[in-house]
Design a protein around this ligand. Structure first.
Ligand SMILES: Cc1ncc(COP(=O)(O)O)c(C=O)c1O
Length: 477
């Protein structure tokens, strides 16, 4: 053991550093919430920032300035004027779970390597299955992100639906599997299909209606056309909700169609699937309990830190089919379901102690914390949209169903192309000013500003201030 190792492992050193860092983080949260710090994203060109941190590495190290600077320089998701990508202002308790995770470093691939997080994960998954309306046979796993969650579920769908042992036999001639999904789906869905080797033709896009929801009246036609082209459609995938506009696909119609054609029905509920647990917004996910599999990100709408994703299955035993058709849950010849060895069902071998964060929040505040978090953010989405709709120089293309709101600044004398450029410019100026963070999207040929209300502290005053800023840049552009 070297002196350096001794110092680095010293519990008293850790105690002192942890207290100081937690104090800095708490100060940061306070100054973000009350906006005494008025910068959301301290903008700097990426190359300049890289140079700054390259130079820094050779300098003398001082604990507090280093952490202070790290916090100050990064994006402040907990600032009420952060209204950008779909990452939540995580509950501070989730951060304490992360501290435990990083310090105890339980790998959790197999039971012995994370006995408590494994048990907690099971409790959390069982709770979520019940809360969305799944029956007793449901189960699933936590995994690192919605993208991995979609792949995990679609691998299970492939194995279950192929009619042969796809996992072990691989591709066979004349079998061209495909999924049907709304043209609005997140790219992780088509990426999952292409990772599985089905090529571009493996993703059959179903057109959406004027509200950007999958148009169920097209399903029969699109399906028949795919069959005529020699494809075997194995799954239908729904958005609950879509990334770009936050639109909810018609789950009941899609479940009916899946049943009729014998398809696996998967719901990408990474962003908005948790509506199912809230009394106020449950109607948006009517039919969710009929899906074969559902993905829900705790780190988007449920206040948990990234990454924490639930992949849940109506028939829990199917989750073992992701990586093997054989009854992998019967492990070591034991007639016992191996729910406690998470590696048999997830892509990860070593994995974070995700269950601990979610369990700690559930245990401390009860399920109401998730309901409050989700409902507050969706309410804010509606509030923001109604403020925007009252402005004659702002266009809101669709009334939002979620907390994702798209809009653009308009000037009557400008063409659509000029308005695209103007709105790009508005966003650039907003980002570089650092006082707000918003993103953008394309709907058809038009560029829209896009805001996801991810912070329960965002108020009407913050929204009004953003609108003023947009107008200021819009008028001068
Ligand atoms: C609908 C949808 N699905 C999947 C994902 C991917 O989730 P993650 O970023 O956790 O991988 C996103 C991310 O924004 C999403 O909006």
């Amino acid at each position: 053991m070297t002196d350096l190792l001794n110092q680095a492992y010293d519990p008293e050193n850790f105690r002192d550093q942890a207290h100081r860092l937690v104090d800095l983080i708490a100060d940061h949260l306070e100054s973000s919430y009350n906006q005494s710090d008025n910068i959301v994203l301290p903008w700097m060109d990426p190359d300049l920032r890289l140079r700054k941190w390259q130079d820094e590495i050779g300098q003398e190290f001082d604990f507090e300035p280093f952490w202070k600077d790290t916090i100050a320089e990064t994006i402040h998701i907990h600032h009420p004027k952060y209204m950008g990508h779909q990452v939540c202002a995580s509950l501070p308790l989730a951060g304490l779970g992360e501290l435990l995770n990083g310090t105890l470093n339980n790998g959790s691939a197999i039971y012995e390597m994370g006995p408590v997080s494994t048990a907690m994960e099971r409790v959390v998954i069982d709770w979520l299955c019940g809360a969305i309306g799944y029956g007793k046979k449901a189960s699933g796993v936590l995994t690192s992100g919605g993208s991995l969650g979609n792949l995990t579920a679609l691998l299970a769908a492939r194995q279950h639906q192929s009619g042969f042992d796809h996992w072990n036999e691989g591709k066979i001639d004349g079998f061209h599997p495909a999924i049907m999904v709304s043209e609005e789906s997140h790219y992780s869905v088509s990426r999952a299909v292409q990772i599985m080797g089905w090529g571009e033709k493996g993703v059959i896009k179903v057109p959406s209606n004027h509200l950007h929801q999958l148009d169920a009246s097209q399903l029969e036609f699109i399906y028949d056309r795919a069959i005529k082209q020699g494809l075997t459609v194995i799954a239908l995938v729904a958005n609950s909700c879509s990334t770009s506009t936050g639109s909810y696909d018609p789950l009941e119609d899609m479940a009916d169609f899946s049943e009729k054609k014998g398809l696996w029905f998967h719901i990408d509920g990474a962003h908005g699937g948790a509506a199912a647990i809230t009394p106020k917004y449950r109607h948006l996910t009517k039919g969710i309990e009929r899906a074969d599999s559902v993905v829900i990100d705790f780190h988007k709408m449920l206040g948990v830190s990234a990454l924490t994703t639930a992949v849940i299955f109506k028939e829990g035993l199917r989750s073992y089919e992701t990586f093997n058709q054989k009854a992998f849950y019967l492990f070591n010849n034991e007639e016992r379901e191996q729910w406690f060895n998470s590696a048999v069902r997830t892509m990860e071998c070593t994995k974070n102690m995700m269950g601990v964060k979610v369990y700690a929040i559930l245990r401390t505040y009860g399920p109401q914390i998730f309901i409050d978090h989700f409902t507050t953010l969706y309410d804010l989405g509606r509030q923001f949209a109604s403020l925007l709709s009252a402005c004659s120089d702002i266009e809101v293309p669709i009334e939002p169903e979620s907390n994702i709101v798209c809009y653009r600044y308009i000037r009557p004398e400008k063409t659509d192309d000029e308005l695209n450029v103007l709105n790009e410019e508005i966003r650039r100026k907003i980002i570089e000013s650092g006082r707000f963070y918003i993103v953008k999207t394309r709907i058809g040929q038009k560029t829209y500003l896009r805001t996801a209300l991810m912070n329960p502290f965002t108020s009407q005053a913050d929204m009004t201030a953003l609108i003023s800023e947009i107008r200021r840049f819009g008028e001068s552009g």
